[in-house]
Write a protein that binds this ligand. Structure first.
Ligand SMILES: [Zn+2]
Length: 402
């Protein structure tokens, strides 16, 4: 059992508690929460005290690429289409053992930043292996690619094999989904086939969607650098006269009854926002990545007013350099309790996990993070967590340099 006391405890679903405490039971769930004087101290409990810190729910990172952790600082391409191409070259040059090390380091970096749940997309399978091996919480979406309709069957076969290989690693804590990557890497028949596969297998979907202007150009007009690159490979490209969001709605990827995490959603108008809401889709909002690549700003206010589920994601460290969610909230102009809610409960809602995590309530999983007390009051927050707990187990402790 574990008992944590802090200067303030922030349940998110209830007002902050000054000099509060949380008791975690042997099953890794929250057994009690309240003012320190009212939370029991059973014999032989491990009791930790943080008199100058805040105790909050563990942060939920709705978009990572943990298998790319080793590539931080390795792609200086300014042009997005070239950047995507460079990532592919770097990935092709990465041996499997390196993906494995990168994913494990990525999980540990998340823990050090107070992140206790990730929604990760990748193609190597290493992130799910790392989640399972380390006892971390998260969902890993296996990516599938294939811009040429002629590749569709081969891509589906590859995806099916990857899912079969990864399924034994799945647990309540380490989950699996599938991700048809993006409109410039996935053909129409492949989108349809993967959506059908996901529904049949009961797996959630994640898609990179409406990220760049070049993507909209491709989907709407059949033009621009993505279209040119596809034509150069002999792939037919047509103008569809619709937005990327409309495109995925028409293909049955974004639709009611199918859990779909839509990553980025920068290039959207009010109709797209309503389509996303009506489909029950969730957004992974990545303001720092969007800014770094010059995509613009996703309409967070419009999403929230429409009642679309939104969580924050740091995207790959190649884009943003770290997995610091507080910086994402700051980049979106949020601070204090509002930022905390978006990074915890709203992130958990976006992933459909809010019954288990995202707030500090009796009976919920004990996913917790302790930050220096400035985390909630300063706009430039310290990203390092003092302590991180997943399902009642301490997974990270900040050790001050001597
Ligand atoms: Zn991404």
């Amino acid at each position: 059992m574990l008992r944590l006391r802090a200067r303030s405890v922030h349940p998110v679903t209830a007002p902050p508690i000054h000099d509060g405490a949380v008791l975690v039971d042997v099953g890794g769930r929250i057994a009690a929460i309240g003012p320190n004087s009212q939370v029991p101290t059973p014999p032989e409990v491990e009791a930790l005290e943080f008199p100058a810190a805040v105790l909050v729910p563990g942060l939920v990172n709705c978009h990572t690429h943990l298998e790319l952790t080793h590539l931080a600082g390795r792609n200086a391409e300014r042009d997005f289409v070239q950047w995507i191409r460079a990532i592919r070259t770097l990935k092709d040059a990465t041996p499997p053992a390196e993906f494995s090390r990168a994913a494990e380091q990525g999980v540990r970096d998340c823990w050090a930043a107070g992140v206790t749940c990730v929604a990760d997309t990748g193609s190597s399978g290493s992130p799910l292996e790392a989640l399972a091996r380390l006892g971390a919480r998260g969902i890993y979406y296996q990516e599938v690619f294939g811009p040429d309709p002629a590749q569709c069957a081969a891509s589906v076969a590859e995806l099916t094999a990857a899912v079969e290989r990864l399924r034994p690693l799945v647990s309540r804590r380490a989950r699996l989904g599938v991700s048809p990557h993006a409109p410039y890497t996935v053909s129409e028949p492949l989108y349809r086939a993967v959506a059908e596969f996901a529904r049949g297998a009961g797996l959630p979907l994640a898609v990179h969607l409406a990220e760049s202007r070049e993507e909209t150009q491709l989907v709407a007009d059949g033009a621009g650098p993505f279209a040119e690159a596809l034509r150069a490979r002999g792939i037919r490209v047509a103008a569809r006269g619709r937005s990327p969001v409309e495109h995925l709605v028409q293909l049955g990827v974004v639709q009611p009854g199918t859990a779909c995490l839509c990553i980025h959603c920068v290039q959207v108008d009010q109709r797209d926002v309503e389509l996303l809401r009506d489909a029950g889709a969730a957004i992974a909002h990545c303001p720092r990545s969007n800014r770094a690549h010059g995509h613009g700003t996703a309409p967070l206010g419009a999403f929230r007013r429409a009642g679309v589920k939104v969580g924050f994601g740091t995207d790959s460290v190649v884009s943003t350099g770290d997995v610091d969610l507080w910086s994402e909230a700051t980049a979106a102009g949020l601070g204090g309790e509002e930022a905390l809610r978006m990074l915890t409960l709203e992130g958990a809602r976006a992933l459909g996990h809010d019954a288990e995590i995202g707030s500090l309530e009796v009976g919920k999983q004990a996913d917790l993070a302790v930050f220096p007390s400035t985390a909630l009051s300063r706009l430039l927050p310290p990203s390092a967590a003092l302590l991180t707990v997943v399902a009642g187990r301490v997974v990270h402790r900040y050790i001050q340099a001597p």
